[in-house]
Write a new protein. Structure first.
Ligand code: GDP
Ligand code: MG
Length: 362
């Protein structure tokens, strides 16, 4: 599961990406984290995992990984091939969800591609490019469907009406993910891999000095309103501030955050929001000398979760012993939990819950 960081040039995408990955895991923990300079794997901070680690003192402890891709090159006109145009639009097609970075910092020496700071205009510029691309996809599909119409089959007539609906709303500027669609339309959308159908969250990238007094900032209020109207997440941070934080040790970070009146690091809020955007939940395993947090899509069954640890365990799954972290935390003792019957035996239909500690039998 991947999150693609998109935004206009100079919005702060690379600064954000770099601070995410610099603050990230040691390179050997996830061997795939250096495959590509634009792809980074980071670990989610996790209090439950910290507790388990404290208790078991394992040799290795692995947090839930999350993959970010820095997708550069989207400028106005990208859908016509301007800038690095089409290549980058195809990168967006490959990610599972979008982190849309919007520039709210002024920054005298760094030119804004479109002139003055105007986040709503920037959101619209970027979304229009994605919408144009989706309209192209729809028009190509329509050509095929219309050829098939000659067979007289009803389903093609229906599909044309779905395409009409999608096209009409896209032309009015509405991303697919905000449309009210019927089930058949949803299926068609999934088949077409439309860009504006991808789950999206916004990052308001602020000046360091705006972090403190956010309630009176017009640009921020505009972005909050946009996100609220759409029911989408907004993470407020300053990419350069986060980059500076990464350099400091944890105690200094705490002090710095407190001074700014911030409860937590923007990067952690972003990672958590990204994790939720991908609809992921976390389960834990304690095996030998390793304690590990692993993400799975919400709704996954026990064998599917086991398969995330090792593919063998999906095929040869027998059962799982499960105790949720919240129950474990009351006793902090697996033997006691077992003897009190707090550890349940679950079969292959069991749906994993966030926070489950699992012992897979296979
Ligand atoms: N003042 C300020 N400058 C920033 C911030 N984020 C990025 N910049 C600067 O804006 C410029 C462009 O940033 P970059 O991350 O390369 O943008 P990208 O084109 O979206 O990847 C760089 O000079 C950054 O230092 C921020 O939060 N505050
Ligand atoms: Mg960049």
């Amino acid at each position: 599961m991947e999150l693609g960081i998109v935004g206009l040039p100079n919005a702060g995408k690379s600064t954000l990406f770099n601070s995410l990955t610099e603050a990230g895991v040691p390179a050997d923990s996830y061997p795939f984290c250096t495959v590509d300079p634009n792809v980074g794997v980071v670990e989610i901070e996790d209090r439950r995992l910290d507790k388990l680690k404290e208790h078991y003192q394992p040799e290795t402890c692995r947090g839930a990984p999350l993959k970010f891709v820095d997708i550069a090159g989207l400028v106005a006109g990208a859908s016509r091939g301007e800038g690095l145009g089409n290549e980058f639009l195809s990168h967006i097609r490959e990610v599972d969800a979008i982190v849309h970075v919007v520039r709210l910092f002024a920054g005298g020496e760094v030119a804004h591609v479109e002139g003055a700071i105007d986040p709503l205009r920037d959101v619209e510029i970027l979304e229009s490019e994605l919408i144009i691309k989706d309209l192209e996809t729809i028009s190509r599909r329509r050509e095929k469907t219309e050829r098939m119409l000659k067979t007289g089959e009803n389903k093609y007539r229906e599909e044309v009406s779905y395409l009409d609906h999608l096209q009409e709303e896209l032309e009015s500027g509405r991303p697919v993910r905000l449309m009210d669609l019927n089930e058949a339309e949803e299926e068609l959308v999934a088949e077409l891999f439309l860009l504006t159908a991808k789950p999206t969250l916004f990052v308001a990238n602020l000046s360091e000095n705006k972090l403190e007094n956010r309630e009176n900032n017009e640009s921020i209020l505009e972005m909050r309103q946009l996100a609220e109207e759409r029911g989408e997440e907004l993470v407020e941070l300053s990419a350069t501030f986060e980059e500076e934080l990464v350099e400091l040790d944890p105690e200094e970070q705490e002090l710095f955050l407190e001074e700014m009146g911030l409860e937590s690091r923007g990067l952690e809020r972003l990672k958590r929001a990204g994790y939720d955007l991908l609809n992921l939940i976390t389960f834990y395993t304690v095996v030998g000398d390793e304690v590990r947090a692993t993400p799975v899509p919400a709704g996954s069954t026990a064998p599917e979760a086991a398969g995330k640890i090792h593919s063998d365990m999906l095929e040869n799954f027998i059962r799982a012993e499960v105790i949720n972290f919240s129950t474990w935390a009351e006793v902090e003792n697996m033997e006691a939990a077992r003897s009190e019957g707090l550890v349940r035996t679950e079969g292959q239909d069991y749906v994993i819950q966030d926070g489950d500690i699992c012992y897979f039998k296979f």
